[in-house]
Design a protein around this ligand. Structure first.
Ligand SMILES: NC(=O)N[C@H]1NC(=O)NC1=O
Ligand SMILES: [Zn+2]
Length: 454
């Protein structure tokens, strides 16, 4: 007897899209076939809908404990679920204190186990001062170590110098953990900012000039060399330029173990949009000219980019206002919109539905050792998103579930709407509501597979 039978949905799987039923027992998919026989305790009619694996957002900042006024695990994970997500990996900053040792990781884990509407993994930090604590972070279940090659924007989350990064990668290799890198050259970005501000620059165009593409490309090149030298596995977060993606893809072709992420905002908005809309679009690396947006879409079509993470990083609204654009908080609130962007713009730009499922679910789950996630296969968790692909809808402040109703996607029209999200067979989101209390579980990464993730 099934606990749940999902009837007649169009399943988006690795090989293509097929109409079939899903049989679920104790939160796991046990059977996938057309016209499964019952009985079942509960049936869900998915006819006319597409069923995707729950999205796995490997890059969010929910900022709890310590900075819940910026977002919070409850609101952040509700927004994730409303956007079709069932798993998130929370970055070690901007929670306070940041996650740089086992005790801070355990403290965040405890809060998330109470509050998260999705299953979750936790990143540890690799900072200038915590090399000695990487083993205990790995032991506590960190999914990997995040390092900033430029200023993180928060004094308590320091950047490792190149020697520390090199030694951190060696340690990460020993611990079989991935190092995630925010790759921008610190000397270029910091010194340009000082010079431009000294000349009185304080606007969006000034900010854009302080973070040129070469800052990203140089840091990506350096990170790849260090990874090649140490044999470490690295994950390049939020790449914003075609040239950085090409550099990383070339390194991968000669054996460097690198995965490549971009974010919906680099696929949707340009520097000109940032100049027009201001703080709601402030991020680092910054938004780029249209030709880079197009280059990222080409790279996605060519299979060069592995994962899409939201880099959801909001703050309270007071930090998003002010005359000096350099001082405004950098971070975009997009956790609810990743799948919507891909279903709308991605389909127009030539991605298939299985491509979208691979980028948003299968590859991030596989790359980060999140067993049972990201696939609609027998044995996997019944993490399902029911999507009506044809409905057009416009994002409003009212349908945002984040703490602050401040997102660049408000006012945007999407084609394809999330109707219902299930986590291990239980509905966590349906038609604007969250019918059950939070039940997210901590995911400890399994050993990372060696094979290519692309
Ligand atoms: N600290 C933090 O969240 N930084 C993020 N925000 C952003 O725009 N880029 C980042 O790396
Ligand atoms: Zn981030």
């Amino acid at each position: 007897m099934y606990d749940l039978l999902v009837r007649g949905g169009q399943l988006v799987r690795e090989g293509g899209v097929e109409t079939a039923d899903l049989g679920v027992v104790e939160g796991r998919i046990v059977d996938v076939a057309p016209e499964l026989g019952g009985p079942a305790r509960e049936e869900l009619d998915a006819r006319g809908l597409h069923v995707f694996p729950g999205a796995v957002d490997i890059h969010v900042h929910f900022n709890e404990p310590g900075r819940a006024e910026w977002e919070g695990l409850t609101t952040g994970s509700r927004a994730l679920a409303a956007g079709g997500g069932t798993v998130f990996a929370d970055m070690p900053l901007n929670s306070a204190p940041p996650v740089i040792d086992a005790a801070t990781l355990d403290a965040k884990r405890q809060v998330a186990e109470q509050e998260a509407y999705a299953d979750f993994a936790l990143w540890g930090g690799l900072t200038s001062g915590n090399l000695a604590w990487l083993p205990e972070l790995a032991e506590a279940g960190a999914v990997g170590f995040k390092a900033f090659m430029s200023n993180s924007g928060l004094a308590e989350f320091t950047s490792p110098d190149d020697l520390t990064l090199y030694e951190g990668m060696k340690a990460a290799r020993e611990l079989d953990r991935i190092v995630a890198l925010h790759a921008e050259n610190d000397a270029i970005t910091a010194n340009l900012a000082v010079r431009i501000r000294a000349q009185g620059g304080s606007g969006v165009a000034d900010y854009l000039r302080s973070r040129p593409a070469i800052a990203e490309v140089e840091a990506v090149g350096r990170a790849l060399l260090l990874a090649e030298e140490t044999g470490a596995k690295i994950h390049l977060v939020h790449l914003s330029t075609g040239r950085a993606v090409t550099l990383a893809a070339e390194a991968r072709a000669r054996g460097v173990d690198v995965s490549i992420e971009t974010c919906p905002h680099y696929l949707t908005f340009t520097g000109e949009d940032m100049e027009r809309l201001g703080a709601v679009l402030k991020c680092a690396p910054p938004l780029r000219p249209q030709r880079e947006v197009d280059a990222l879409w080409s790279a996605l079509r060519a299979g060069l980019i592995d994962t899409i993470g939201s880099d959801h990083s909001p703050s309270s609204l007071d930090l998003k206002t002010g005359e000096d654009f350099f001082s405004i908080w950098g971070g975009i609130a997009g956790v609810q919109s990743t799948l919507s962007v891909l279903l709308t713009e991605g389909r127009e730009r030539g991605l298939s539905l299985p491509d979208i499922a691979r980028l948003c679910a299968r590859t991030p789950a596989q790359r980060f050792g999140l067993a049972g996630k990201g696939r609609l296969e027998p044995g996997a968790d019944a993490d399902l998103v029911l999507v009506d692909l044809d409905t057009e809808w416009t994002h409003t402040q009212e349908n945002l579930h984040t703490r602050w109703k401040f997102s660049p996607y408000v006012g945007r029209t999407f084609r394809g709407q999330v109707r219902q999200t299930l986590l291990r067979g239980q509905t966590v989101y349906a038609e604007g509501r969250f019918p059950h209390p939070p039940q997210g579980r901590f995911l400890r990464p399994a050993p990372i597979p060696q094979e290519e993730t692309a």
